[in-house]
Design a protein around this ligand. Structure first.
Ligand SMILES: [Zn+2]
Length: 205
């Protein structure tokens, strides 16, 4: 049966003379075609912000129920939404995040035709673009030295840049590796050497 015939069977003709019904006319809604459902699933996956473009199966279910007033996998000869998705390996790839517990909550779907994208498909518009971590300014370097100085008054240097790197790691706008590399180039191979060798050498880049 074609979609148009299905639709015409489902919709009752309304006359101008009909009394205004108190309840909304119950139009037996036509289930969407399988192609429409597959497109809606794809749209739902594309809305993910999860790594590698995976969308959670239950989120897809929520999107479908929001989009179609009637949606039931049984209309397409499937027991579950997952079964329907798995029937189209050319379009969707399925993975279980914990194979030991194959449950609904662990099922993730991504688009088979799209390359894996670490950042997902949807960008997060609320977040400003992240700035590239940079080298320390002289002021920042001096603050690092103050912090190292206080720490080394009470503790012994363990021969590593552990405290320096800890300080850098707490500031995600600073490049951990870039700053560490430059500190080493300037003769700072451990926390106390930062104070002894690198101090006064740091200059604005
Ligand atoms: Zn040291």
């Amino acid at each position: 049966m074609s979609d148009t015939i299905k639709q015409s069977l489902g919709v009752r003709e309304i006359c101008m003379n009909d009394p205004i019904p108190e309840m909304p006319i119950s139009v037996s809604p036509t289930p969407p075609s399988e192609a429409e459902v597959l497109d809606a699933i794809e749209q739902s996956v594309r809305r993910t912000t999860k790594a590698y473009g995976y969308q959670h199966l239950s989120t897809i279910g929520t999107h479908l129920r929001a989009q179609f007033s009637v949606f039931s996998p049984s209309d397409y000869g499937c027991k579950t939404l997952l079964q329907l998705i798995e029937r189209h390996p050319d379009r969707f790839k399925v993975k279980w995040s914990a194979p030991a517990h194959k449950g609904r909550s662990h099922v993730w779907i991504r688009l088979a035709g799209e390359p894996k994208r670490k950042e997902g498909y949807s960008s997060k518009p609320t977040l400003p673009p992240k700035l590239k971590p940079r080298l320390m300014t002289v002021r920042e370097f001096n603050r690092l030295c103050e912090s190292l100085g206080e720490w080394l008054e009470a503790h012994q240097c363990d021969g590593s840049l552990r405290k320096t790197r800890q300080w850098l790691r707490r500031r995600d706008f600073l490049s951990l590796e870039g700053n560490t590399k430059l500190i080493k180039q300037l003769g700072g191979h451990c926390d106390c050497e930062v104070l002894m060798n690198v101090i006064e050498k740091w200059s604005e880049v």
